[in-house]
Design a protein around this ligand. Sequence first.
Ligand code: OAD
Length: 239
Amino acid sequence: MFMKGKRVVVLTGAGVSAESGIRTFRDNDGLWEDYSIEDVATPQAWQANPGRVWEFYQARRRQLHEVEPNPAHTALAALEEGLDDLTLITQNVDNLHERGGSRQVVHMHGQLETLRCENSGRHEVRMNDADLIDEFLVCTCCAEPQRVRPDIVWFGEMPMHMEEIYTAVEACEVFIVAGSSGHVYPAANLVNIAHANGARTVLVNAEPPQNFESFDEVHLGKAGELLPVLVKEWLSSDA
Ligand code: OAD
């Protein structure tokens, strides 16, 4: 399908970063096999055992220095470059879309690079070596420095930028999902909103996801192999 001139929204999930060596959550070797969501990804876990939660995210923050974007990230950056109206929404908390060349990325589940002051709510990029230790860190914004928390949306918390996301999804003509299992809401419902508003819905994923029925067009396989070919097609007037 030729996408030039169309309003396009892309939603990505952990599958897009899998080929960079970042574990997904729900595949066989996924992160939720080794950790329970209740222990590391809820506000209650942060209350009950902040050390465990902090160490889990510090390890993931350190990993950002060891991984590189893959062809899925660079293909999506090329799609943004080739279109006038593309919104890239990601559930991923890594920085690989940005490092792959994407200029505008809406991180609905937060970001590993930034840490948030529990007192003021202010967040800032903290990726120096001294920021990646297992001991707790404090903010740089309060008169009496306060503990910072991972700048991540935990289960039970409201995803970020939802107004901007709904506006883009309701108005889009093409909605593409890449590398997401469709288990986590409200992200998993965005395809239905797009569909109900008349958008063509396209899936690029290793396996059929939970919300498989909601897609008009399905490409099963690795995002790093499929997306470079598909993006060329989508930007070519011969398609
Ligand atoms: P999941 O781990 O639930 O799903 C990853 C999907 O990617 C699966 O459907 C895989 O089949 C697919 N996949 C794996 N490798 C792939 C590859 N190389 N190419 C294409 N697809 C591939 O990850 P998400 O759907 O992103 O939330 O999970 C959503 C949210 O659940 C995450 O943002 C995280 C998690 O709990 C928070 O931490 C708030």
